[in-house]
Each structure stands twice: as C-alpha cells, then as structure tokens.
Design a protein around this ligand. Structure first.
Ligand code: SF4
Ligand code: SF4
Length: 383
C-alpha cells in the first residue's frame, strides 16, 4: 500500500522526466526469444495515431524531457517515423532510434537524417547467421542487419551496435567482437539478456552459466587491450546480467524519477516492462502527461522509499539502488513490493541462486525456446 504522507513529500520533490521512450508499435518482423515486450502484446490493437504521438511529444517536451528514444517492436514499421522524428527535433529533443535494422534501406536512412535524427542503434543477434536465425526466427535478418549497420555509418552516423548475449551466443563473443570490429563499429553494447518479458519465459534456455559469463568478460577485457594497442576507438560496454550481480541496479534510475515510457496504445509506464505488474496504468488518451507523471497513483506507488519493506527500508544502500527492480521482484516472488531477489540481502535471494545452479547443468537446445510472435502471444492474451 502507498504511504501517502511520504508520497506527498516525494511528490513535492519530484523532478521532471528527462527521458521519453516512445514505443511506437509492438509489431516487429522478428521473433526474438528474449524480447522485453509484454507476453500479451497481441492484445494491443489500436496504436496511437501520428497526431496523438505529436501531442505526446509536445507534452513531454513542455515538461522538460530532453532525450527521446523511438523503439517498439520495430519502430520502422511505422511509416510516420520520419514525421515524428522531425517533430521531435523541432521541439528540441535529442533523438535516438533503437532498431533491428529491418525496414531500413539507404533511402530511409537519408530521410531520417534529413528529418534530424541524431543517433541510431542497431541490434545484432550473433556472429553467425544460424544462431541469429534460431533466436530471432528469421533466416535473412542477419545479412540485412550487417548491410544496414554499414549503411548507417556511410550516412555519417556513428555505428552503435547492441548485441544481446545469452547462453547460446556468449561463447562466441570473440567472433562477435571481431565482427563488430570488421564492420567498423564505434561502440558495442554487449548486453547480457535481462529476464523480463519473453526472456523470463525462456529463462532456463537463455541464462548462461557463471563459467560462460566469466570467460566472456575475460575475452572482452582482452579485446579492450588489443583495441587500445591498435589505437582503434571502439568502445565495448559489457552489461552483466542481473542474475549474476550481488546488488540490484537502480532500475530506470528509480520508479518515476527520470524515465517515462509511452506504449503503442498510449499507456504511460515508468519503464517498458512495468506493464506486466498487477496494476493499471494511465493512458494519454484519457489524461495529460503532466498529471500522470506527478499525480497518478501508478507513478507515485513506488516513488522514493516510502513503499519499501525490510531489509530495504533500513538499508544504507537504498538511495543507491532504490531496492532494485519492481518487475523482477514481482516475477520472482509474486510481490512487487519485495526486495529485488538479485540482492544478496533479500530473503528471496535463494531463487536467484537456484536459477544460477540450474544454468550450470543440462543441455538446452535453441529449438526449445518460445519465439515471440503473435501466435504465441495470443495464448497469453487468453490466460
Ligand atoms: S527484441 Fe526482437 S522481437 Fe522484440 S522488438 Fe526487438 S527485434 Fe523485435
Ligand atoms: S537490501 Fe534493498 S536497499 Fe539494501 S542493498 Fe539490497 S536491494 Fe538495495
């Protein structure tokens, strides 16, 4: 239950959102088994129109948001993406496109550039087409992604690649980094899969073992040294999976502290995963963003530390990690107010230890992964 006295105090100090993530659509030509979209995404039918998105952008900018991400699903599915980018730039946002690269071609890159798009991040699944095809359900995507990564760079953007790591590709990290190097990448995020959405559903089939993780970290460190020796400026960011951390991350910088996500149907969320929590979220079709951010029950529920239980409530580290991730707490314990079990001080930490032990043993063929697609999603819509 929300501590209203505390919420009021927090409310008084609530700053403006700095980041707006516009999830333009849940449609996507790929079917990644680790997708963070909600399991029941197929239930979302009516996407916001161009005019409704324009209004969202204007409201968020008026509140002080400066950074914008266009994501999805695959944002390039929306034919009005260039229009929305141009409007975001006109309003003064710094604009980022987070894409699989599918739906992109040279003409579209040029159009996005002309619209004022500041930054493009393309995701890669693996170093070889077979693994990429098995985990994303598309045999042709890999070659297309490589071509588009090159085209983005040729258009004058830095090449920023994101590779989601999991137990089926992490052992090939040497090849993955070599591929990024050969492509001419400027920055590579080696992001270990976090267990939300479809990734949580496929957790057993995706979580790497501790040994795999340590080996991958060591390979990345060796690559950093080699790149420095060559004078090659390619930044490598290795993101450790929550399941192998001893403390949780300050999820989204704190609930309703910095980030605001608007989902394809106008639902407003403190983070893109929050939709799976057992609570309702306000919608821009019914309320203004300002009111939603400052006054809605949803945005105030886990703001600050008034909602925390022990051991977080009296912990010295609570301002650093804000008790971790509410989605992870709920997914693992069924209680969104619990301490994130990733924390070694959590009474539920044994759940994480059990998942780690499980990851040490057994074959888990890629063919056993549930791919994210409309057919599978409909099963969760009925659930
Ligand atoms: S993770 Fe894969 S399936 Fe999900 S939106 Fe991104 S590209 Fe599409
Ligand atoms: S007990 Fe809570 S506040 Fe303390 S370190 Fe763990 S998650 Fe963070």
């Amino acid at each position: 239950m929300t501590d209203h006295t505390h919420t009021t105090a927090i409310n008084g100090a609530t700053g403006a959102p700095l980041w707006l993530l516009a999830e333009l659509t849940y449609r996507c030509p790929l079917q990644c088994a680790y997708c963070s979209n909600p399991l029941d995404f197929a239930a979302v039918k009516e996407e916001l129109s161009t005019e409704e998105w324009m209004d969202v952008l204007a409201q968020a900018r008026a509140m002080g948001a400066v950074q914008m991400g266009f994501s999805g699903g695959e944002p390039l599915v929306r034919q009005d993406l260039e229009t929305l980018v141009a409007e975001a730039r006109r309003l003064g946002f710094y604009t980022n496109l987070i894409t699989s690269g599918l739906g992109l071609d040279e003409a579209r890159i040029e159009a996005l550039h002309a619209a004022g798009l500041d930054h493009i991040q393309i995701s890669l699944q693996a170093s070889d087409p077979d693994v990429a095809a098995a985990v994303a359900g598309s045999p042709k995507a890999h070659a297309k992604k490589l071509a588009m990564a090159r085209a983005v760079k040729a258009a004058g953007y830095p090449m920023v690649l994101n590779v989601v790591l999991h137990r089926h590709n992490i052992d090939r990290i040497d090849d993955i980094i070599a591929l990024c190097d050969e492509l001419g990448a400027d920055a590579v995020e080696l992001a270990n899969c976090q267990m939300y959405g479809w990734a949580h559903l496929n957790r057993e089939g995706l979580l790497p073992s501790h040994e795999q993780l340590k080996a991958a970290e060591a390979t990345t460190a060796r690559w950093r040294e080699r790149l420095t020796e060559r004078g090659r400026d390619m930044r490598l960011l290795f993101v450790v999976p929550d399941y192998y951390a001893e403390r949780p991350k300050a999820c989204m910088g704190g609930w309703g502290a910095i980030f605001m996500t608007v989902a394809p149907d106008g639902a407003v969320l403190p983070c893109h995963s929050a939709r799976m929590l057992p609570m309702s979220f306000p919608n821009v079709r019914e309320r203004g963003l300002h009111e939603i951010w400052y006054d809605s029950e949803a945005f105030n529920r886990y703001r600050g530390d008034g909602w925390m239980r022990e051991p977080c409530r009296s912990c010295d580290e609570r301002h650093k990690d804000v008790g971790g991730c509410r989605c992870q707490a709920y997914l693992l314990t069924g209680d969104a107010t619990a301490t994130d079990p990733v924390c070694s001080l959590s009474p539920d930490h044994h759940l994480i230890e059990a998942a780690r032990r499980q990851a040490e043993h057994g074959e888990r063929p890629m063919a056993g992964l549930t791919l994210r697609n409309v057919h599978e999603s409909r099963i969760f819509c009925r659930a």
